[in-house]
Ligand binder design. Sequence first.
Ligand SMILES: [Zn+2]
Length: 171
Amino acid sequence: MSRSVDRFLDEQELFPSGHSASREADRPNAHNVNAMQCAACNQSEYLSRDYCRCGHYLRGQLEDEYLTWEKGLQANHKSMLEVIERKMKPMRYLIATTIPFMLVPLAQLTFWPDNFSIGSFLYWAPAMMVAGASAVIERFLKRPLVLSTFRLENYTFQSFLEERRYSLNEV
Ligand SMILES: [Zn+2]
């Protein structure tokens, strides 16, 4: 994890240019996207600095924030799954109640072949209707989940920084 953070920061060249001494002396603006707030002294410090000017280990703080964000993504996804499962439950019971109807034509064919006709398959109609409706409802409910799954499978440290940036600009 730590290495991926290092690599990202190196690639993005977020390190403040060393030769501009005047900039180095100032604290960044709190809303600067390349800044973060030090948890120890509450001052803003450049994201690229490993340590705040007060000595607090900023890289560690950023990693903690990333891990919290990551856990939030996973928890959010899990609760979404649970909500869908709960909403689909009555539908699943309904499907179960249609199963005996589906057995009618099969029973007729086995035990009373004289009573059997193609019309007997009409007993399958409720099951098909319920299954069809249930598939449509499930698909509708799962739409936000598709997005969440995509996020979960594709997030990187950069996504974390981008969302962080976005929430900063909203404040
Ligand atoms: Zn500090």
